[in-house]
Design a protein around this ligand. Structure first.
Ligand SMILES: Nc1ncnc2c1ncn2[C@@H]1O[C@H](COP(=O)(O)OP(=O)(O)O)[C@@H](O)[C@H]1O
Ligand SMILES: [Mg+2]
Length: 358
């Protein structure tokens, strides 16, 4: 039986979301086919082997238990990914499934470590992960391929430090209010503000700069938010299209995770078949373009007045809880959560072995 290492937690602000996703994956995975090895990363970046319950992964108490186990039995629990000083992860697992959201996990860093350690893994490789995480670079690539994205400009911290006023003027000359201000590399709406005035823009820039020195400023699209779930390597396919109905003015951090279920998901989205097909087609095209693999969720805006479709972003490790769009979209397409996880493992092996033939 293959030993699958589920990697969860991580250094990003989305640590706790990763715990929820990983607990769902641990519960759903087919235990007749796979043996689970749980590997948690603390917020400080320490890797810990954990052999307790999925519930404790979810509620965060895994860390204390794993640290205690390590202290009591270092021979068994001291693990290392590269180098000496512990049991190497390559000996512990056959395959890794990183269920990490945001920087230091969804951005190619952990994927790079796994490549170095020669461990096959699920999901996108380094390139796809890094590009998808970078909203500025991803947009440039999509635009070149004729994929519709909303109007935006790049702003760097150095420009703001040198001449704050001039940079504000540059933004105002290019985009009308309201604008969306975002860190180029983040997720879960962290650091994102909708700015409706000069005053709010100044505030929004300072907020976004806490998270990244590269910012993206976008025109506001009065839109419906549609998402589809892609699975595959070169031959990829998209599941159904779903709609997010945020409880707040936009789908911010609170609305995503802490509004007590007031934000709604509608599957399939109530849109014409032609629009759904177009979204699925663009999703697969964008996925291949930036070298995604395994699985990703691709998010769109559908402008209300014009019905124009814009690609917003690709999430290479989307939320994977019972209530998350990604597994629910596949369920709608007739593929169960355990089956989709198994497919992700197969695709990871396919990519790993493809390298042998280069
Ligand atoms: N240009 C935009 N126009 C309208 N709403 C937007 C725009 N950009 C972002 N939003 C809103 O903000 C949310 C988060 O933005 P997004 O770019 O998806 O960042 P994240 O990577 O944090 O999910 C979106 O789901 C949407 O509700
Ligand atoms: Mg998003």
């Amino acid at each position: 039986m293959k030993k699958i290492g589920i990697i969860f937690g991580g250094r990003s602000g989305e640590h706790s979301i990763s715990l929820m996703s990983a607990a769902s994956v641990i519960r759903a995975i087919n235990k007749d086919k796979f043996q689970i090895v749980k590997i948690g990363i603390t917020k400080e970046g320490k890797w810990l082997l954990y052999d307790g319950d999925a519930d404790h992964v979810e509620d965060g108490t895994w860390q204390e238990e794993a640290e205690k186990a390590l202290k009591e039995n270092p021979d068994k629990y001291n693990i290392t990914i590269l180098g000496a000083g512990g049991k190497s992860i390559k000996e512990l697992i056959d395959f890794a499934l990183p269920i990490l959201h945001g920087p230091y996990g969804e951005d190619g860093t952990v994927q790079g470590l796994l490549e170095m350690a020669d461990i096959p893994y699920g999901g996108c490789g380094i390139t796809g992960s890094a590009i998808a995480m970078d909203k500025l670079i991803a947009r440039e690539i999509f635009m070149r391929a004729g994929i519709p994205v909303c109007k935006h400009i790049a702003v760097f911290k150095e420009e703001l430090d040198n001449d704050f006023q001039k940079t504000i003027e540059k933004i105002e000359e290019n985009l009308p209010y309201p604008v969306f201000v975002k860190p180029a590399n983040m997720g879960s709406s962290v650091g994102i503000t909708k700015a409706k005035s000069n005053e709010e823009l100044k505030h929004a820039l300072k907020e976004a700069m806490k998270y990244d020195r590269r910012l993206i400023i976008e025109e506001y699209i009065n839109c419906r938010e549609l998402e589809t779930a892609v699975v595959g390597n070169f031959y990829a396919e998209a599941a159904a299209v779903g709609e997010i109905l945020p409880s707040a003015e936009f789908y911010d951090y609170e609305a995503k995770y802490f509004d007590g279920g007031k934000s709604k998901i509608c599957i399939p989205a109530d849109i014409p078949q032609k629009t759904a097909d177009e979204i699925r087609e663009i999703a697969v095209k964008a996925y291949k373009l930036i070298d995604c693999a395994g699985f990703s969720r691709v998010d769109f805006f559908l402008e209300k007045e014009t019905n124009k479709i814009y690609l917003n972003e690709i999430n290479t490790i989307p939320g994977f809880t019972k209530f998350s769009m990604f597994p629910l979209l596949w369920e709608e397409a007739g593929v169960s959560c355990p089956d989709i996880i198994e497919r992700i493992v197969e695709l990871g092996y396919e990519r790993y072995h493809a390298k042998d033939n280069r």
